[in-house]
Design a binder for this molecule. Structure first.
Ligand SMILES: [Zn+2]
Length: 161
């Protein structure tokens, strides 16, 4: 399963994947890198998932890194409007992630957890969609939903007969 997903990973699709890149971009944009802003960035990169402002506030304070709820919220908004982090609007509220490049998501229907996924659709499918819609596709993200299968070893691609 993993090798299948990896084979669809576009090479070099990410322009910003490391925390250092994000810090560099902050500086480049002239954003002040306060202690609180670094703490928020640090947590987003170390968790590498999709968290609400409350999750981030609670995790930081659990780690003994004192930060106010307002500060968490303001820093998230600033980072998001600068395009440095991801923001997902869900029915349950806003979630923030560390990636800022276009990517797809798979949501677990049991737990609601959202994982990042890189999917590249075949060119002929994209051309077909363009033909049917009259649009030129510039980017896309997929939203997939599912349940985790119990690992049986049968999840690897089945070879053709
Ligand atoms: Zn994401």
């Amino acid at each position: 399963m993993e090798s299948l997903v990896e084979s669809f990973l576009p090479e070099g699709a990410s322009e910003q994947r490391t925390l250092q890149d994000a810090l560099d971009r902050c500086r480049h944009l002239g954003m002040r890198l306060s202690r609180q802003r670094r703490m928020v960035l640090d947590l987003l990169w170390s968790e590498a998932s999709h968290l609400s402002a409350r999750d981030i506030f609670e995790k930081l304070n659990q780690q003994g890194r004192k930060i106010g709820h307002t500060s968490v919220y303001q820093n998230l908004e600033a980072l998001q409007s600068a395009g440095l982090i991801e923001c997902l609007d869900r029915a349950s509220g806003r979630l923030y992630g560390y990636r800022n490049d276009p990517h797809s998501h798979i949501t677990c229907l049991e737990t609601g957890a959202i994982e990042d996924l890189d999917v590249t659709l075949p060119d002929d499918l994209l051309r077909e969609i363009e033909r049917r819609t009259g649009f030129t596709i510039e980017s896309y993200t997929l939203q997939l939903n599912g349940r985790r299968r119990i690992a049986t070893g049968a999840s690897s691609p089945v070879p053709l007969p």
